[in-house]
Design a protein around this ligand. Structure first.
Ligand code: TV7
Ligand code: CA
Ligand code: ZN
Length: 400
């Protein structure tokens, strides 16, 4: 009745356990798991569930997480609670070591933390398995994409690296996996995990550079000349590419850059599976981001990668203006299923108020998010052309 149908010829699967939504990092913390509630409601209101296979994955087990993470780190994650955090001196000692301490409260210890990490990781691993079993051509997990987590440390709102786990599963049957990251932050955890292998190529687009107080944009890595190991005996040499960008990049620039660089990487590397991290903090108007992208330009990255017809795992990531995160991931779900969505949001949407009024996007799916007042565009045509030339130079290593 709403015109949404299962696409013919390929299968899209959606991996989601709604329990993730009920976890809170703390009221002032920018990471809001309930943005996933908004996203899910939009996806359902447009009837996109009829065009996909839906799965409710179980949480990942300790042993499944230990495929990448240190057991000691996981033991700590599993046992720490807001209550025993201060009372147990043994725990206090490890906080700093495992990335929780310092003045930073980026990675707070909150109720249900272990459940939360197991849920989003379980969904990424399940999605990877669906691709491996040929049960889907595109598998989606909007609750994952936590690219900063290290094997023995939490970092930047990320505790367990579900992306690394999913890629490790994909590697059991794929000789080459490509990882592409459009989150506004550098995908350092994934890059680091696979820096010594030629079987994973990591490509991240991100904001890079110092602010007026001399502080680098988090995590402070990912310059164009950071290409991974340089020792020729290291198999990972030449299998990292970073695209550092400045404030305010616009739709046309980003689409051109993404198409040119990602296209070149795919044709030279010839991956047999692709993982695309769709962090929505690269949108205009994001609370933490600096770019000026509209939803359809962000979605262009999904369209472009999809057009290569290579098994694809789509995962979430950052995104700190919840209504726009929901809009983007709903649009990108529709891109996967090949559905066109009406710009007027469905009337029966339960959270319509969150999207209504001029401040919140006027009840539209695709409001204009470009705002030059907030972040004026520092990316000139010349700078971007130099960047592409430099990127192509870095890719020459792949030609052998
Ligand atoms: C994948 N930016 C994660 C991105 C992680 C970014 C940071 C905050 C932040 C944390 C808060 C908070 C915040 C308004 C924003 C050097 C610091 C500066 C914390 C106050 N409000 C992803 C991580 C980044 C925590 N961290 O890629 C509690 O902003 O820049 C930093 C580090 C030290 C810590 N302070 C910020 O998108 C999911 N944190 C409010 C409450
Ligand atoms: Ca990125
Ligand atoms: Zn981010």
């Amino acid at each position: 009745e709403n015109g949404i149908e299962k696409p013919k010829g390929y299968t899209v699967s959606f991996h989601y356990n709604a329990e993730v939504e009920y976890h809170h990092f703390g009221s002032s913390h920018p990471m809001k798991p309930w943005r996933l509630t908004l996203a899910k409601q939009l996806i359902l209101a447009y009837g996109l569930e009829y065009a996909m296979d839906l799965y409710q994955p179980r949480p990942a087990t300790f042993d499944e997480l230990a495929i990448f993470h240190d057991r000691q780190y996981l033991g700590f994650l599993q046992s720490i609670t807001p209550q025993n955090l201060d009372s147990d001196p043994e725990k206090a000692k490890y906080l700093e070591l495992f990335g929780f301490g310092g003045e930073s409260n980026d990675c707070p210890v909150f109720d249900g933390l272990w459940n939360y990490v197991s849920l989003y990781s379980g969904a990424s691993v399940h999605a990877a398995h669906n691709l491996l079993n040929h049960q889907s051509d595109i598998a989606i997990n909007w609750s994952g994409g936590l690219h900063h987590a290290k094997k023995n440390a939490a970092s930047g709102f990320c505790y367990v690296n579900d992306i690394v786990l999913a890629i490790q599963h994909l590697l059991t049957q794929n000789q080459r996996v490509l990882y592409v990251d459009v989150d506004v932050h550098h995908g350092d955890g994934v890059e680091q995990a696979f820096e010594s292998t030629d079987r994973v190529f990591t490509l991240s687009y991100h904001k890079y550079g110092l602010d007026k107080w001399g502080a680098g944009f988090f995590p402070g890595t990912g310059n164009i000349n950071e290409v991974g190991p340089t020792d020729p005996s290291n198999r990972g040499k030449g299998h990292t590419l970073n695209i550092p960008l400045e404030d305010g990049i616009d739709d046309e620039q980003y689409k051109w850059l993404f198409k040119t660089v990602t296209g070149a990487v795919i044709s030279k590397y010839q991956p047999t599976a692709i993982v695309l991290q769709c962090g929505a903090d690269s949108l205009g108007g994001d609370r933490l981001g600096r770019f000026n992208l509209n939803i359809k330009a962000h979605g262009f990255c999904v369209e472009h990668v999809k057009s290569f017809n290579i098994p694809l795992l789509l995962i979430g990531g950052g995104g700190y203006t919840p209504r726009n995160v929901a809009r983007t991931w709903c649009h990108e779900t529709a891109v996967c299923t090949g559905s066109e969505l009406h710009n007027n949001l469905p009337m029966h949407l339960p959270y319509l108020q969150a999207f209504d009024g001029t401040e919140n996007g006027g009840g539209m799916l695709y409001p204009n998010l470009h705002n030059t007042k907030r972040h004026d565009n520092q990316n000139t045509r010349e700078k971007l052309q130099k960047l592409v030339a430099h990127a192509m130079e870095n890719l020459r290593y792949l030609e052998g």
